[in-house]
Design a binder for this molecule. Structure first.
Ligand code: CDP
Length: 231
């Protein structure tokens, strides 16, 4: 069977990574969470005192980009690949609201994007990949056979993210999560380099009122049709 490239873009907490993981597992494809890579760079900047609430030393981060080595290692138990920064497993540490509060500023830097996009394109060069993010269908894999653009209302998305954070045991307020979702929506869609926009050939999926099963069924059908068309 021909392997295709599946690009899934959309705002924060639109269920991209959930469906991307399900699809990759079902099809035997590799799943790449491109957002985890931007989060990893942000985590590095935080750990090295380059970014805080009042200050962001962009020059220093750009200068230190070569010191940042991001890798993924498949975790059999979890069923997906976890992200590592310079060989340290940071999968859990990058999902905090604090990292979320800085990540869009880091992701707006062209030098950061250039480094990560290059790595993402290498990871997908043999096809058979499902990658989710903000610019996958528009920049990273412009020729992806299947492009999805996921949307849902900001309130629904904030509730989903709030539930995830509470489930992990993080102490967060719903208002702060909603504010973060809205702030990132704004920065991600208005930045100069690779803003989040729907690719002309992407299929829009509004999952505000879909269950996870309904969403997976719909998207799997699209994937199977696309794979058949490519035979
Ligand atoms: O999981 P969530 O939807 O909250 O976000 P994510 O996929 O982990 O991405 C975190 C942030 O990284 C986004 O808000 C974007 O600022 C940035 N990002 C990006 O610029 N380009 C991508 N391809 C993926 C993420």
């Amino acid at each position: 069977m021909n392997k295709i490239t599946i690009a899934i873009d959309g705002f924060s907490s639109t269920g991209k990574s959930t469906v991307a993981k399900q699809l990759a597992k079902y099809l035997g494809y590799v799943y790449v969470d491109s957002g985890a890579m931007y989060r990893a760079v942000t985590y590095y900047a935080m750990k090295n005192g380059l970014i805080s609430k009042d200050d962001f030393n962009v020059e220093a981060l750009i200068y230190q980009l070569d010191n940042i080595n991001i890798t993924f290692k498949f975790n059999e138990k979890l069923g997906f690949a976890e992200v590592y920064l310079n060989n340290e497993n940071i999968e859990r540490s990058i999902r905090t609201l604090e990292v979320s509060s800085f990540v869009s500023k880091v992701a707006a830097i062209s030098e950061v994007r250039q480094k990560l996009v290059e790595q993402q394109q290498k990871m997908g060069q043999d096809k058979g990949v499902v990658m989710d993010g903000r610019d996958i269908g528009t920049v990273v894999f412009k020729d992806a056979e299947l492009k999805l653009y996921m949307i849902a209302s900001a309130e629904k998305r904030a509730v989903r993210r709030f539930d995830e954070l509470i489930e992990r045991g993080d102490q967060v307020l719903y208002e702060d999560v909603l504010k973060n979702v809205q702030e990132r929506d704004h920065i991600d869609s208005t930045r100069e380099d690779s803003p989040l926009v729907k690719a002309a050939d992407a299929i829009e999926i509004d999952n505000s009122d879909m269950t996870l099963d309904e969403q997976f069924d719909k998207i799997l059908r699209l994937a199977k049709m696309t794979i058949e068309d490519c035979e």
